[in-house]
Design a protein around this ligand. Structure first.
Ligand SMILES: *Cc1c(COP(=O)(O)O)cnc(C)c1O
Length: 387
């Protein structure tokens, strides 16, 4: 499976790049869809030269992974992308580059799995971890100037608080302190936000979420503009040797999922906006956290650094605390009660049950809004909350 065409050249739009999987086809059969290549090892000729110089062994050379990486690079506006077997494997790949005894600054109240792993990892490696609310630019600047970290990690929009960090501002602050800025852009996807263009050094995704979009692949990604940076070279070499690679089948599924990514993100964002507006006016709802709402504290920044919508992630606080929230959740018919986000089907989570000691309001429900008809989703929320 050699892609015939290179990545489509600008000014191709994301929908075009995605629909045609950045030019990937099956040149063996002329199929419009790439084949799945499961071989773990590749032959040498009688002179003992590789019969295909690009393929020696699957841990380093997987054509399905390369196709998915090329597509993701094209969508992200990146020079290079590496796929990992999960989002957390991508997170770990970044933090493993921090020297023992170094310092990192990490946004507080982000995806709980990231926070929990980073705390454990930094303690084990004698890395000084400074957690700060990075959407507060002054607080971020103060911590960076004081501790001179190797790495600044932000997540925007953040999960489940939907806080918005100014990526360009955070990049400036990180670089002034001699740090690299890494942005977890999972909730935005490359369709709604392109952190590299705003100055981020690396953008990370849990591709398990919107990028794959069908709740059937676990994967993560890192993308970069400067392929020659020492950090990127280290990450690439470590993936190669330590072997945190995606399987061919998962990479193929990911490519298939990404073909509809722009379409799905647009629809999810539109649905989430409709739901946010419905919930804002609902008498049993205290607060709605959605960056698309004009009174959201990060709305102006979101307007600047996101385009095409504000994503499918939305949280709201039910009046009456945990009891009222869980009562409503139990009555939902259409939303699946399940963790994760970014799939075509809508999900609901009571985050306080999962992470009770992290300051999450007891009545907070987090929705991952899918691509169902918004009227059906609104009717379901309405009947569950009670009018
Ligand atoms: C899910 C998620 C992760 C972790 O990714 P996995 O694919 O589950 O390992 C990291 N960051 C964010 C924002 C996520 O939603």
């Amino acid at each position: 499976m050699r892609p015939l065409a290179d990545t489509p050249k600008p000014p191709m739009h994301p929908a075009t790049i995605a629909a045609q999987a950045a030019g990937a086809i099956d040149t063996e059969t002329a199929g419009v869809v790439p084949a799945i290549h499961m071989a773990t090892t590749f032959m040498r000729d009688a002179e003992y030269a590789p019969m295909n110089a690009e393929n020696i062994y699957l841990r380093s050379h997987n054509e399905n992974t390369r196709v998915a990486e090329r597509l993701l690079s094209a969508l992200e506006g990146a020079a290079d992308t590496l796929l990992f077997p999960s989002g957390m494997a991508a997170v770990a790949a970044v933090f493993r580059t921090v020297p023992t005894g170094g310092a990192v600054v990490v946004q507080s109240q982000i995806y709980w799995g990231t926070t929990a792993w980073i705390r454990e990892f930094c303690a084990r490696r004698q890395i000084a971890l400074h957690e700060v609310e990075a959407s507060d630019e002054e607080a971020l600047a103060a911590v960076c100037a004081q501790h001179r970290p190797a790495l600044v990690w932000v997540e925007t929009p953040s999960n489940p608080w939907l806080r918005i960090t100014d990526i360009a501002g955070a990049a400036q602050i990180a670089h002034d302190a001699g740090a690299a800025l890494v942005v977890d852009s999972t909730a935005a996807s490359p369709v709604l936000s392109q952190p590299l263009a705003l100055g981020a050094d690396i953008v990370m995704h849990s591709a398990t979420k919107g990028i794959n979009g069908h709740s059937d692949v676990l994967a993560g990604s890192l993308s970069v503009s400067d392929v020659d940076s020492a950090m990127w070279q280290e990450i690439r070499a470590d993936r190669d040797m330590a072997g945190a690679v995606l399987g061919p089948m998962e990479a193929w599924l990911l490519t298939r999922g990404m073909r509809t990514l722009p379409l799905r993100m647009r629809e999810m964002s539109r649905n989430a906006m409709r739901l946010a507006q419905f919930l804002v006016d609902h008498p049993k709802v205290e607060t709605v956290l959605y960056p698309g709402l004009p009174d959201h504290p990060g709305h102006e920044i979101a307007l600047r650094q996101m385009s095409g919508g504000f994503g499918g992630l939305l949280s709201f606080v039910v009046d009456g605390g945990a009891e009222a929230a869980l009562h409503a959740v139990g009555r939902l018919q259409l939303f699946h009660r399940a963790t994760s986000l970014g799939g075509v089907e809508s999900l609901v989570e009571h985050r306080h049950t999962i992470e009770p000691h992290t300051g999450i309001p007891e009545g907070l429900l987090r929705l991952s809004v899918g691509i169902e008809d918004a009227d059906d989703l609104i009717a379901d929320l309405g009947q569950a909350l009670g009018q």
